[in-house]
Design a protein around this ligand. Structure first.
Ligand SMILES: [Zn+2]
Length: 150
């Protein structure tokens, strides 16, 4: 049974971790954090450890803090829930935005505890691998942003 749960976790985190929360337009020219309306397999994983959800929210909060400055008009005249926002960013802006958010999320997952639970460490490894593969993030850098991208 324990193995089954671990398999479930591994299976679900192979998928991009933005399944549960993402940035969308609020219908009033601004941005907000949206959640997938449908309960997904990810939702079960979040329930296993609330820290995952808290840290994932920090990732989205990081975007929410920066997007209004990066692309202030992206949500103007867009319907509530509109989410095709990466088109308003340059590749460099997207890389910086995502790497900083992943870095913040991973720091949050590591927390201030002496030991990192195995389940959390597995997810940290997956997040780092995903962000490195997709955005070229470099987590040896303090903010996760690769050299030459700033
Ligand atoms: Zn993100």
């Amino acid at each position: 049974m324990k193995l089954f749960v671990v398999a479930l976790i591994l299976f679900s985190i192979v998928a991009p971790l933005h399944g549960e929360m993402y940035i969308c337009c609020d219908g009033h020219d601004g941005f907000k954090i949206c959640s997938s309306p449908e309960p997904t397999l990810d939702a079960q994983v979040w329930d296993l450890n609330p820290r995952l959800a808290i840290c994932n929210r920090l990732h989205e909060q990081d975007h929410l803090d920066k997007l209004p400055k990066l692309c202030p008009t992206a949500c103007v005249d867009k319907p509530k829930g509109y989410k095709k926002l990466t088109q308003f960013l340059t590749k460099k802006e997207l890389v910086t935005l995502e790497c900083q958010a992943y870095s913040r999320e991973i720091q949050c997952l590591k927390g201030t505890n002496i030991g990192i639970p195995m389940q959390i460490q597995v997810i940290i490894n997956q997040l780092e691998a995903h962000a490195t593969k997709v955005y070229g993030c470099d987590f040896t850098q303090r903010d996760g942003v690769p050299h030459g991208s700033q």
